[in-house]
Design a binder for this molecule. Structure first.
Ligand SMILES: [Zn+2]
Ligand SMILES: [Zn+2]
Length: 130
């Protein structure tokens, strides 16, 4: 079983619009568009990913707890791990509660819808001085 990323823009599921659709499969073939990493012209569309685990944040800014969110009994020392949400590719880590709550805390604007209303009657436009 490998971890793969399809960079075909039609397959992207990333809310930020990056060309990202990650999938796990035995064969390096995108289940959406059918691009195949083994074909020379599609080798760069389907990219092999390494599993990067989530090192949950500790009370010290910039330092993690030192274990992957998917396997708290293991040390992240010597393994692929990051505290940067976007860098994490391990599905187990991404689906963990600690990842979800930490991710949500980093994006407070996701929790609320905003309506912006501009009242031109209350705007003050003054000439620049000097
Ligand atoms: Zn695809
Ligand atoms: Zn993990």
């Amino acid at each position: 079983m490998g971890l793969w990323r399809c960079c075909n823009e039609n397959c992207s599921t990333d809310p930020a619009g990056r060309l990202i659709f990650d999938f796990e499969a035995d064969e390096p073939v995108c289940p959406k568009c059918g691009c195949d990493h083994r074909k020379p012209l599609e080798a760069n569309v389907i990219v092999k990913l390494e599993a990067i685990h989530f090192d949950p944040p500790s009370h010290v800014k910039g330092r993690g707890l030192g274990y992957p969110a998917c396997r708290p009994e293991k040390s992240v020392l010597g393994s692929h791990a990051s505290g940067v949400h976007d860098a994490v590719t391990c599905r187990g880590c991404r689906e963990s509660e600690v990842f979800k709550s930490s991710y949500a805390a980093s994006r407070p604007w996701d929790a609320t819808d905003h309506e912006v209303e501009i009242d031109f009657q209350k705007m003050i436009v003054a000439p620049k001085k000097g």
